[in-house]
Design a protein around this ligand. Structure first.
Ligand code: IVH
Length: 674
């Protein structure tokens, strides 16, 4: 049946609307229509295409759902080889790259570079004929790749059709397919639920998903794509002078391009960019393994040319690897402050994420089983930023004799109390409470930590000795310590003993939120402690509150309320608190409550950036919170004030961009009333 002209028009309009929705939803993360409306448009298009199959085209959004499995991938020879980049691992190698480029161009002047994140995914080329995506291939060995068009079509951020006006008749866009960190987590959760093997990292997940013979599987995974260049381009009016302009053009064509891309000058510009992206690395939505520097001017690129299989005009500056292989020498358990028993892999030392790692957490017994880690296995260890190193997966099984299998001990390795694990918890715990020296040590360390009572010098070694020699059993004992008891400890000189005592004495004068936090009540972190102090205003009131009253505190749910009530119901805990107060531990009651006088700070959100000279950041935070204000880590539309100290960071720029009120330190002090 021939399709009437109005159907042809309607099909075209529907496709445009659906692709606009896809772009807004997947690329911009800012949908403008509700899902139901999208579903309605999609259903209408499917309906029309079923009635008039001759209208189905390769670039229709209905073709993104995947097709029946292939037997194998076809091989494609790349029209222009997909080369690789030379790597730099330190500043000197970057300086050498910049020097060679200037020598090659015969100039002393600083070069303008286009700089971008180096995506940790897999490279593909997308070929468009007269604006329609006709084929897509993986990089393969650089010369021949695999044809994965059906799979690439399922990636919603890849345009299936480009506005043909001015476009080269044949046009190949190159970029990287990857999976966002949050989608990777979701995918692994799903794999786990289905009892299927999890992916070790987002790169493997992206590669595994793209190289599926059944494109319906690819369609079910949420893959992303970022463009970083153009391969073959015949005819048309592409920007041919600068890489940065070419990228702007790709943005216009609705290709996702890294928003962190920039232009910089000279070696300083390169290294500054490397540092800045390095700092942002953990907060980016996708994995990167470095940054890429490209001479921006295409004319200069051509002059520099290639050596072997890599360009002279570009270079990858890699971050230290966050993953490495090493051997599990043993699996032991560590007892934490709340008695949680954590299996920890003792490792053959390995350099990863910029540090030597000898221990990595295995989280809990279920994780050991799930990852199937045994003593003697070779494992992948990951250390990302400040996160505790963890065992990711087993790379090669060891000999696996009977004794190599990990079993959660039935008794606490420290105090021999019974180990218990409630049905709804993944964590096994020592039931010894503060009888257990390990828990006591952790509780003391927490009590003394910077954000709690802030006792300088009371570190792990000293706490070990104090507890092992039974000098200190509870935090209250700290306030009864004398110089002789301390100085008698091994390796403790009189002078440092004096310093520790002075630090303990100083900590007597504290604030209510700090004291509540220092008690180490399970599930009560710093923010909850502040909330409790603000709500009750006095420790006695908090101690008397029952679970129901506690539930009225903002952000306190049933689990937290229960922990708090249980803690204060314990006679031993009340006794320790009494002793501490008897030893002079005190705070101004009512401190931490919202100001009774209507302070302008009350209810306002502040962001601090740069260095302050009269207050530490911590002090500024406390003073703002004492007057009922909040301090947040990032600038958003909800921020009321940004306080800019010396050398402010990017938060200041963001504040300017959003028109948020900016104050200097003097302005803040004025608001605080001093
Ligand atoms: S440009 C001549 N830009 O890194 C090669 N590559 O080692 C031009 N990659 O296979 C590549 N992010 O998969 C370029 N912003 C970026 C990149 C990038 C990741 C990958 C790409 C390539 C490998 C080169």
């Amino acid at each position: 049946m021939k399709a009437p002209a109005e159907v042809v028009d309607r099909v075209r309009a529907l496709r445009e609307s659906i692709e606009r929705c896809n772009y807004e939803y997947y690329a911009l993360a800012a949908p403008t229509v509700p899902d139901s409306e999208y579903d309605r448009l999609f259903a209408e298009l499917v309906d029309l295409e079923t009635k008039y199959p001759q209208l189905v085209t390769l670039d229709s959004p209905t073709q993104r759902v995947g097709a029946a499995p292939l037997k194998e991938f076809a091989q494609v020879v790349h029209h222009m080889p997909m080369l690789s980049l030379n790597n730099a691992f330190n500043d000197d190698e970057v300086a050498a790259f910049d020097r060679r480029a200037r020598e090659g161009l015969g100039t002393e002047e600083e070069i303008e570079y286009a700089v971008e994140p180096k995506f940790d995914g897999l490279a593909v080329g997308l070929t468009y004929e007269k604006g329609t995506l006709v084929s897509g291939a993986t990089r393969g060995d650089g010369f021949t790749g695999e044809e994965v068009t059906a799979n690439l079509r399922t990636i919603k951020v890849i345009p299936l059709r480009l506005p043909a006006r001015g476009l080269p008749a044949l046009f190949e866009v190159r970029g990287e397919v990857l999976i966002l960190k949050r989608d990777f987590e979701k995918l692994n959760r799903l794999q786990r639920d289905k009892n299927e093997k999890e992916f070790a990292n987002p790169r493997n997940a992206a590669a595994g998903s793209l190289r599926q013979l059944d494109s319906r599987i690819t369609a079910s995974r949420r893959l992303a794509f970022f463009a970083y260049g153009v391969g073959r381009a015949e005819g048309g009016a592409l920007p041919r002078d600068k890489h940065s302009k070419l990228m702007d053009y790709l943005v216009q064509l609705r290709f996702p391009v890294a928003s962190e891309r920039k232009m910089v000058r000279g070696i300083k510009g390169l290294l500054d960019y490397y540092r800045r992206i390095g700092e942002k690395r953990d907060s980016l939505p996708y994995d990167i393994d470095g940054v890429v520097y490209k001479v921006n001017d295409f004319g200069l690129q051509e002059k520099l040319g290639f050596v072997a299989r890599a360009p002279r005009f570009a270079m990858a500056h890699k971050f230290p690897a966050q993953e490495a292989l090493t051997e599990v020498l043993d699996i032991q358990v560590q007892v934490g402050r709340t008695g949680a028993l954590t299996p920890v892999a003792r490792l053959k030392p390995v350099f990863v994420g910029g540090a030597n790692v000898t221990n990595a957490t295995l989280h809990n017994e279920d994780e050991v089983r799930r990852k199937d880690v045994w003593h003697g296995d070779m494992v992948v260890v990951r250390r990302a930023g400040d996160v505790i190193p963890e065992v990711v997966s087993v790379a090669r099984k060891g000999p696996r004799r009977g004794g190599d299998y990990f079993k959660m001990p039935k008794q606490c390795p420290i105090c021999h109390s019974k180990v218990v694990r409630s049905e709804d918890e993944a964590v096994a715990r020592c039931s010894g409470g503060l009888f257990c020296p390990a828990q006591r040590k952790q509780a003391l360390l927490h009590f003394a930590s910077r954000r709690a009572m802030d006792i300088e010098g009371l570190g792990e070694k000293l706490v070990d000795q104090l507890v092992d020699n039974q000098v200190v059993k509870t935090p209250a004992d700290l306030y009864k310590l004398g110089l002789t008891a301390l100085a008698n400890l091994e390796r403790m000189a009189e002078k440092s003993a004096g310093n520790v005592l002075a630090a303990i004495a100083k900590s007597r004068r504290t604030t209510l939120p700090r004291f509540i936090y220092a008690l180490g009540i399970r599930n009560v972190g710093e923010a909850t402690a502040k909330g409790l102090a603000r709500h009750f205003g006095s420790l006695d009131k908090l101690m008397q509150a029952d679970a129901e009253t506690l539930l009225q505190v903002q952000d306190v749910g049933p689990v937290v309320a229960q922990s708090i009530a249980q803690f204060f119901a314990e006679r031993h805990n009340r006794e320790v608190i009494k002793q501490m107060r008897g030893c002079g531990v005190s705070w101004a009651e009512g401190e931490g409550m919202p100001a009774k006088t209507a302070s302008v700070v009350n209810g306002k959100t502040f962001v601090l950036t740069g260095t302050l000279s009269h207050l530490t950041r911590e002090e500024a935070k406390e003073r703002i919170e004492a007057l009922g204000g909040n301090v947040s880590g990032s600038v958003s539309g909800k921020t009321d004030y940004v306080i800019a100290g010396a050398d402010p960071g990017s938060k200041l720029a963001k504040a300017q961009e959003l028109g948020v009120k900016i104050l200097d330190e003097a302005g803040l002090l004025k608001l605080l009333g001093k």
